[in-house]
Design a protein around this ligand. Structure first.
Ligand code: DAK
Length: 257
């Protein structure tokens, strides 16, 4: 499939989506978001792919939504077009998604990274929600996901005062999973994605759902859902195979059945 603003590749069992507007620091315009959602959905439906990596380039993961595209928009136009709201479609992707971040990861870019399941960063990465400098606030989950990830104190500073975090600070704050040298961030993310892709697919899918559910529901309901998924997995071939392989001291062969 030919896209205008993204590139897609497959590395072993990892699907890779590269944002490709380097001159605009991968600013997210409506077409790019549409393409991104379509590519993520295509990988989600592709049995040859077990996990997806989303990346930009060395200078920027993404410097946010395209300010030029939004600058003159009216409230009604923003509401009706919902140009960048399309990434709600990401939330429906069932396979694990990893953001591989180098350079600027700002505004909608940071919201996009946070909509992924894990974040691997280059030591050059910078995370921020600078929308306040434009006279607005985050509009795609920044106030909610960032606060859940790093807590109120730091989220207030980042969102109200445009404080940017270095990769090390983001790691300490719990926003990201790991920091690696600049030349390794993409390789590390692809390695992680392939590790996930080699695991039991049904358990991976339900595990992702259950962890995300922790942010949506009460503890009692979350525990009940988790238990139901746990019991359900005992109806799968993979559970039988996984436990048999353990007792036979061999590697399990997952079938996703
Ligand atoms: N939009 C459009 N163009 C951008 C851009 C952006 N967000 N960020 C950078 N660019 C462009 C610059 O205009 C410049 O283009 P030319 O002038 O060369 O044509 C080129 O990329 C290189 O940028 P700079 O020359 O500025 O590079 P520097 O290294 O000097 O500075 C910077 C890098 C990242 C510090 C700076 O570019 C910057 O401050 N960028 C803006 C960052 C920002 O404010 N991001 C937040 C945008 S607002 C919603 C969903 C999401 C959102 C809203 C609603 N809904 C679902 C309703 C999200 C909103 C946002 O993200």
């Amino acid at each position: 499939m030919d896209y205008q603003f993204i590139l897609t590749e497959v590395h072993d069992r990892a699907g890779l989506i590269r944002l490709n507007r380097p001159k605009q620091l991968n600013a997210l315009n409506g077409t790019l978001i549409e393409e991104l959602a379509a590519a993520a959905e295509a990988f989600d439906a592709d049995p040859a792919v077990g996990a997806v990596v989303l990346t930009g380039d060395e200078r920027a993961f993404a410097a946010g939504a395209d300010i030029r595209e939004m600058a003159e928009a009216s409230a009604v136009e923003m509401l009706l077009n919902d140009r960048i709201g399309k990434w709600e479609r990401f939330r429906k992707v069932r396979k694990p998604m990893i953001a591989a971040v180098s350079g600027f990861c700002l505004g909608g870019g940071n919201e996009l990274a946070m909509a992924c399941d894990m974040i691997v960063a280059s030591e050059t990465a910078r995370f921020g929600q600078p929308e306040i400098n434009l006279g607005v606030i985050p509009g795609a989950g920044g106030t909610q996901r960032l606060t859940r990830a790093v807590g109120k104190a730091l989220a207030m500073e980042m969102i109200l005062n445009a404080r940017m975090l270095t990769a090390e600070e983001a790691l300490r704050a719990g926003l990201i999973n790991r920091v690696v040298p600049a030349e390794q961030y993409l390789g590390e993310a692809l390695k992680l994605a392939n590790e996930l892709a080699a695991r039991a697919p049904l358990a991976i899918r339900l595990a992702k759902e259950a962890v995300n559910n922790a942010f949506e529901t009460s503890l009692t309901d979350g525990l009940a859902d988790e238990r139901r998924s746990f019991y359900f997995l005992f109806s799968t071939d993979d559970q039988k195979e996984g436990m048999k392989a353990f007792t036979e001291k061999r590697k399990a062969e997952w079938r996703g059945r």
